[in-house]
Design a binder for this molecule. Structure first.
Ligand code: PXG
Length: 454
């Protein structure tokens, strides 16, 4: 039995709210959980349950919950100037200062930013900018964008077309023409007996094969998350990205790094591109840009592209009412200041990230654990039936969901992507927090064993 307040809200939600990526009919039978407050790495439900947020919301609350500085900056900005646009020869102080800050913290050469409100809109913007760029260059056939199986890039028509999670396509007759998907560089699932680095090269070469099949004159860009997130935290072998980069340069194909999850410290450097050997022409940012305190996203554009677009591209026929929203920009700026001031990215890189990964790898000997993978503060634990042959449980067993629910019973929220338990906790987690997470997670695995094998 839930409390009266919870019951009232659940009923209201049932009657009026359609949820993303949810089967509303099934959800309505269960009733939603109402989250009421959060502090640091923990959140509370309307039933008074205290739960560690192993996902930082949806991979986004990098600096943790309850940072009053961000609330104060938003309050002050709303009083001074709650809204103004960036369209007609205007800007605002927060939008302009954030732009300079982003040029400072992103990799060398990425010096211009275009703002949107979500990762999907940012990727949609890039899909348009790729077309704009090649049209400007007079190479009008260079339009196809290659993405990858298991990629997640968002939900607008173009961003969803980029996704390689193919369940997202049939409801909407996607992908649109001009979007295609190369191999996924996940060695554990697709590498078989191959050496991982050799497999990384092979997966990269699938991009080249696709470019050659389509004709390089028809391929505009390649997009990839440095480490695939929603697909299940799929870390490519070290050989993969440098080879992709080489192939794209050789065929004059632009490289887009979707850093929506990896950016702003999650992998232990400011951007995943730095660690994985990517030199992007476009970079997508959202989530950690504001730690989710305000909806804001951005596209970083490398000088080698921006110079052309600015010099000869003419007027950009694209923009959102809220591009560079002053409140969202002020909050993002303060979020980055906090990341810098408190050395949060450096701590993840040198201390808590390696500790998190090492502690999770203690689970590899567990009979249910096939693979533990991750970098910095993003990780996945893949549940399998038979480790020796990497065999998953029958889908009907819902192994991932079972372990996830057992973790919740122990005060930990993790996500289940198929049978992978996915984690992306706030970057401010201490070693003690990580120990708390581990206790709940290993407890859940112990409890799952008899359920799954029974
Ligand atoms: N790119 C990447 C790499 C993402 O992870 C987007 C783009 C789209 O961002 P917006 O702000 O439009 O949602 C994302 C978002 C999940 C999950 O279930 C992941 C995301 C969004 C919703 C759910 O893991 N990632």
């Amino acid at each position: 039995m839930v409390s009266n307040m919870t019951a009232v809200l659940q009923d209201m939600d049932r009657q009026h709210h359609m949820h993303p990526f949810s089967d509303t009919k099934a959800l309505n039978e269960k009733g939603v959980r109402i989250i009421t407050k959060a502090e640091g790495c923990h959140m509370w439900t309307s039933e008074g349950e205290r739960v560690m947020d192993g996902m930082a919301g949806l991979w986004c609350v990098n600096i943790g919950y309850g940072r009053k500085e961000l609330a104060e900056v938003a309050y002050k900005q709303m009083q001074e100037l709650p809204y103004y646009n960036t369209f007609f020869q205007t800007s605002t102080q927060p939008a302009t200062e954030l732009s300079a800050k982003l040029a400072e913290v992103t990799p060398e050469g990425l010096n211009h930013v275009f703002y949107a409100n979500s990762g999907s809109e940012a990727n949609d913007t890039i899909a348009k900018m790729v077309r704009w760029y090649w049209n400007t260059k007079g190479k009008k056939s260079k339009k196809t964008i290659i993405s990858r199986v298991n990629a997640y890039h968002g939900v607008t028509m173009a961003a969803a077309s980029l996704c390689g999670l193919f369940g997202m396509h049939p409801q909407f007759d996607l992908p649109l023409p001009g979007f295609t998907h190369a191999d996924c560089p996940h060695w554990y699932r697709f590498g078989g007996d191959m050496d991982p680095e050799e497999f990384g090269i092979q997966a990269a070469r699938s991009v080249e094969t696709m470019i050659l099949q389509l004709g390089a004159e028809n391929v505009g860009a390649f997009i990839g998350e440095p480490i695939m997130g929603a697909g299940g935290v799929l870390v490519p072998p070290a050989s993969y990205w440098p080879e992709v980069q080489r192939i794209c340069r050789e065929h004059d194909v632009l490289v887009i790094a979707d850093e929506v999850i990896c950016g702003f410290g999650r992998t232990g450097t400011w951007f995943g591109s730095e660690q994985l050997g990517i030199d992007p022409d476009f970079m997508t940012m959202a989530k950690g840009l504001s730690s989710g305190y305000q909806p804001i996203s951005g596209v970083m554009i490398h000088d080698r592209i921006a110079d052309t677009l600015i010099d000869i591209g003419g007027e950009l026929q694209h923009g959102f009412t809220y591009s560079g929203h002053p409140v969202a920009s002020a909050v993002a700026l303060e979020n980055i200041n906090i990341l810098q001031r408190e050395g949060i990215v450096e701590t993840v890189g040198a201390e808590t990230g390696p500790y998190f990964q090492a502690r999770l790898r203690e689970l590899v000997d567990h009979p249910l654990v096939g693979e533990v993978r991750g970098l910095g503060m993003m990780a996945a634990v893949e549940i399998v039936e038979d480790k020796a042959i990497r065999k998953s449980f029958d889908g009907s067993k819902e192994a991932g969901r079972i372990v996830r629910d057992l973790a919740w019973d122990r005060g930990l929220l993790v996500r289940a992507t198929g049978d992978s338990l996915v984690m992306s906790p706030p970057l401010v987690m201490t070693k003690a927090d990580i120990d708390e997470l581990m206790t709940a997670l290993s407890g859940a695995l112990e409890a799952a064993e008899p359920v799954l094998r029974g």
